[in-house]
Design a protein around this ligand. Structure first.
Ligand SMILES: [Zn+2]
Length: 157
């Protein structure tokens, strides 16, 4: 093999794929993007659910075997500090991550299947704002979590 030329010094420079959504948010907030951070940002950008660290790690390793779980932990903590992801707790004793660019929304957790459904409810948010205002506060965040079960279907005789 020949020595790589000066233009190919860095692996990051040879990755010509455009920055993922989350990577773009990281860059806007002044985070230095290493190769592993780019991978984790891409995994989060492509996730439509609320992965925990273990799941993020599994998805990241599928893209780059060099990613370590310690790096995933450090990166999600950093992304949380920067307001790029929000940490959620759906009552399972582990944190799940939700990109903040999905906007203000709430969650319904199906207690039988563990499925998480996102929803918005302007009337609820307005009520929450009113309650905070009555107590002399300005609402900055509200998280509604509904733990619910589908009613049993009556079987026809
Ligand atoms: Zn969510």
């Amino acid at each position: 093999m020949t020595q790589p030329g000066p233009a190919r010094r860095s692996r990051a420079n040879t990755d010509s794929r455009p920055a993922s959504r989350i990577e773009q948010m990281c860059i806007e907030r002044g985070l230095k993007m290493t190769g592993q951070r780019r991978i984790i940002a891409r995994v989060l950008s492509e996730s439509e659910d609320h992965p925990d660290v273990e799941e993020l790690y599994r998805r990241a390793v599928a893209l780059d075997a060099d990613v370590s779980i310690a790096t995933v932990y450090r990166t999600v903590r950093l992304l949380e500090e920067k307001g790029i992801v929000a940490r959620r707790d759906f009552g399972e004793g582990r944190s799940r991550y939700d990109p903040t660019d999905r906007g203000q929304h709430h969650h319904l957790i199906d207690v039988d299947t563990g499925k998480v459904i996102e929803f918005e409810d302007e009337a609820h948010d307005a009520l929450a704002r009113d309650i905070a205002a009555k107590l002399g506060f300005e609402l900055v965040d509200v998280r509604l979590q509904l733990f619910a079960r589908r009613p049993e279907q009556k079987k026809p005789k």
